[in-house]
Design a protein around this ligand. Sequence first.
Ligand code: ADP
Length: 650
Amino acid sequence: MAGNSEGHEDGLQELDQHFSNLVAEVRDYAIFLLSPAGYVRSWNAGAAHIKGYAASEIIGRHFSTFYTPEAISTGWPDEELRRATAEGRFEDEGWRIRKDGTQFWANVVITPLYEDDRKLRGFLKITRDLTERKHAEEELRQSEERFRLLVDSVQDYAIFRLDTDGRVATWNAGAERIKGYAAAEIIGRHFSEFFSSEDLVAGKPAKELEIAQRDGRAEDEGWRVRKDGSLFWANVVVTALRNDDGVLVGYAKITRDMTDKRKADALELADRQKNEFLAMLAHELRNPLAPISNGLQLLKLPGIEQAVVREATEMMERQLYHLVRLVDDLLDVSRIVTGKMQYQKEPVELATIIRRAVEESQPLIDARGHELMLSLPAKSIIVDGDVHRLSQVFSNLLLNAAKYTDQPNQIWLHVERDDAEAVIRVRDAGIGITPELLPNIFNLFVQADHSLDHARGGLGIGLSIVKRIVEMHRGTVGAFSAGSGQGSEFVVRLPVSHALAATAETTPHAHHAKGPRRRILVVDDNADAALTVGTLLRAWGHDVRTVFNGPAALEEAHSFHPEIVLLDIGMPGMSGYDVARELRAHLIDPGTIIIALTGYGRESDRERSFEAGFDYHLTKPPDPSTLESLLALPTGAGRRGQDNLRLASE
Ligand code: ADP
């Protein structure tokens, strides 16, 4: 047993020796012993390597030699030993000094060593040189700091962090500049504040974070709200931030204000559209020119047959008409753009407007083999407006219906009265309108895919003219289609005229019946104009006197007692205004209807004529059915009519 025990002891000693040798040779750690009072007792290779002292130089010296003067002045070395004794172990990191006076960053572990009788024998001190790690850490810290300063000072991007709930956690200068909040105002508030109310209703903020969580990143463009409530067009990238274990710790958000870019894009688009438009315009103008030019060559041929001449001129007329329409449309567009579109306003029968529109569009409808199904109400509907402009609305719609229906088919035009509105529907069973195009269809230059539609011609301006004219008449227009190949319907609503609505209802078909025979005085210094109107009125069975100046009108009124006076305004000497005032003052029954028949159609002209005593104001040439309706008014309607029409023109 003893032998065994001996052998065991020997082994331990051997191990001890081996261990001591090992410790002595370790280079990466300074491992040495201190006496209970802190004097260096042993020194290994690592200690020599790290601290620069040879064993003979340092053994016997106090370990505070390794400390900075500041540490020594606060009594730190002794404090370390005290704590090691009290706690059984002490660990510290800090600057220590090498023999050559340079500093190194040390990790120090001090362990008290006891004898068997628990008497303190000294301390084991293990020191590591962590200067490199320290430098690396410091560099990282500095680079993080530099990065933070950089991010903080970036002006062009709002860069900020959200916590996992979406509350703002950091805020840079760009965020303040773009969104208007100072950091103190917004940190801690939820990022949904940057969204419009529609986006909030749609749950967009939550969705943004959801996508960032799921895909790591979410990108979006849209309107965002600044602190002052104004909107800006934002490009937003949200990135989910996760720690090393993959746990979500928040979000980084980078927002750019793209409002200016968006404006620039819009300008670029407008510019491109304009260029496309010009190219299309050249094409559209050239189209009718070629046949006209051919026609002219044909007419120059010697001995050409009469039938060929007629055919060629008719063809040229058609093409010329097409050109004129194009130019008219273009002028309208420029008037729309400059806000200078003018129109005359007078009571007109809707039937007249529709008839004109049908006359205009019938040739194309026939040429493409379609059939127009017209349905008008029995009672006439009168609207206040410009016959020419309004018929342009419906001819445009009818022409489009014909143009955008490929196979011969029916086209429907349906007119009805809906309370105080006239409702006009133009429907076709044609190519229809895609849901993408539909909302923009009334915008200038908007057309379906050109490559498909080029053959149909057109400049993409017809519908914008339609909309503008309808709106000028205080009406609305809408486009409906179930989609490609499903046909289309355009619905125009126009307010019914107050002036003649009542009359028109009490005298239905006023434009067909000639009405009672009336005594009518026609006054116009343009003899041709006076005579033709006179002839027309006589043909309708009225008793008509025609005079060509003011004094003659007064004289005639005196003896003739007209029920209705059709009076021109711009006459030399005595103007129509003077004549009307004089008539009202002395010469006619109060109920006599005085109608201005004039070239002046502006609102101010109407005002003036009403003030002078006129009841109605028609512009030349008068629309026959409107004239007929007025002539069918009950006797003595003059005064009353004046009030009604004033109302209508307000
Ligand atoms: P244009 O006919 O000269 O192109 P418009 O402004 O009249 O210009 O019409 C704009 C576009 O609307 C057309 O190019 C066409 O794509 C579409 N569109 C208009 N009317 C119809 C219709 N009745 N059916 C199908 N598409 C239509």
